[in-house]
Design a protein. Structure first.
Length: 296
C-alpha cells in the first residue's frame, strides 16, 4: 500500500472525526494554494497553513493505522490551538512587547555557548575519579553527609498468595543465615513476581514503600521497632526483611554517598575545565589585541 494512499486514509479519518471543528473554526477555502511546494494543505488558521510536508516525521515507524490517525488528530489540534494563541498575541501585544529580538539573540547565544562547552567537556574531561579522592572528600566533609531520610539494607519479595512455596518463604525470609538466604534466593527466582536483595546496598526506604500495598505512617517510629514487614493485597503477599536501618540525623554511610560524591567531584572538574578555557581564550585575545575596551 503506497504512502500516499495511507496518508489519504489518515486524512479521511481525521476529517470524519473533526469535521465540525474544522468547519466552524478553520474553514479551508480556495484561497489556500493547493499547489504549494510544501504539498497539500491539512489545516489553516487565518493565514497560517499546515502542510503534508510539515507532518512527515511525526509518525513512529511501527504505528498502526488507528495510532497514526490519533497522532495526526492530536498534532493538528495542538497546531490549531498554538496558531490561535499566536494570532491573539500578535493582535493584543504592543510593538514593544512583541519585540523579542534581543531575547532570541540572548537565547541563541546561551544555547551555542552551552553546546560548545558540552562538546569541549566531552572531549577533554577525565571522568576517572580515584577512590581515594572520593574517600578523602567524604572524610573531610562528613558533616555534610547526614541523612534526611531513612535508609535500609533489605530483602523484598512479592509472591502470589496461593503459591505452593508461600509458607516456606514466609518462614525463611527473616533469616540472615547464609543457607536460608540461598534457599530464599532459589525459591524467589522461581516464583516471585518481584524479588530484590539490593546487592546488600543501602537504599532509601521510600523506594520499598512504593512497592507496598499499604502506606506506613510515621516511618521512623515504625523502623525503630520493626525489622520485618508482611502485607497482602488479596492477591499477592509482600515480605520485607530489614537487615539494617539508619534513620534521619545519622551519618550517611560512605557506600551510600559514593556515587553522589563522584558526581560532585566530576562537576568540580567540569567547572574548572570551563574556567581554564575562558581564561586561556581571554588571555589569548588580549595578547593578540582582539579586545578593545572603550572606557573612560
Amino acid at each position: 500500500m503506497s504512502g500516499y494512499y495511507i496518508m489519504n486514509l489518515r486524512l479521511q479519518n481525521l476529517f470524519l472525526h473533526a469535521l465540525v471543528l474544522l468547519i466552524i473554526v478553520l474553514p479551508i477555502t480556495g484561497c489556500i494554494d493547493q499547489y504549494s511546494d510544501n504539498g497539500k494543505p491539512i489545516a489553516r488558521v487565518h493565514n497560517k497553513v499546515l502542510y503534508h510536508s510539515d507532518i512527515e516525521d511525526i509518525f513512529p515507524a511501527n504505528a498502526t493505522k488507528s495510532d497514526s490517525t490519533q497522532i495526526l488528530m492530536a498534532y493538528v489540534d495542538r497546531w490549531v490551538r498554538k496558531q490561535l494563541l499566536l494570532d491573539k498575541a500578535e493582535k493584543n501585544l504592543t510593538a514593544k512587547q512583541k519585540n523579542v529580538t534581543q531575547q532570541l539573540e540572548d537565547y541563541r547565544t546561551s544555547l551555542l555557548i552551552f553546546k560548545y562547552e558540552q562538546e569541549f567537556i566531552r572531549q577533554k574531561l577525565d571522568t576517572v575519579i580515584p577512590i581515594q579522592d572520593i574517600e578523602d572528600f567524604y572524610n573531610n566533609n562528613s558533616s555534610n553527609f547526614i541523612l534526611d531520610e531513612s535508609i535500609v539494607k533489605a530483602l523484598f519479595i512479592k509472591i502470589p498468595l496461593d503459591d505452593q512455596y508461600y509458607d516456606r518463604i514466609k518462614k525463611l525470609y527473616k533469616s540472615n543465615k547464609e543457607e536460608d538466604i540461598k534457599d530464599i534466593d532459589n525459591l524467589a527466582y522461581q516464583v516471585a513476581v518481584k524479588y530484590d536483595f539490593f546487592n546488600d546496598d543501602w537504599v532509601s526506604f521510600s523506594n520499598i514503600q512504593k512497592e507496598l500495598p499499604e502506606t506506613i505512617e510515621n516511618i521512623d517510629h515504625f523502623l525503630s521497632r520493626n525489622r520485618s514487614i508482611e502485607m497482602n493485597d488479596g492477591t499477592y503477599a509482600y515480605f520485607v526483611n530489614l537487615r539494617d536501618v539508619l534513620t534521619p540525623g545519622e551519618q550517611a554511610p560512605f557506600s551510600y554517598e559514593k556515587e553522589n560524591i563522584r558526581n560532585i567531584l566530576l562537576n568540580k572538574r567540569k567547572k574548572l575545565l570551563i574556567s581554564d578555557l575562558e581564561k586561556k581564550m581571554y588571555n589569548d585575545a588580549r595578547n593578540h589585541n582582539h579586545i578593545t575596551l572603550y572606557l573612560d
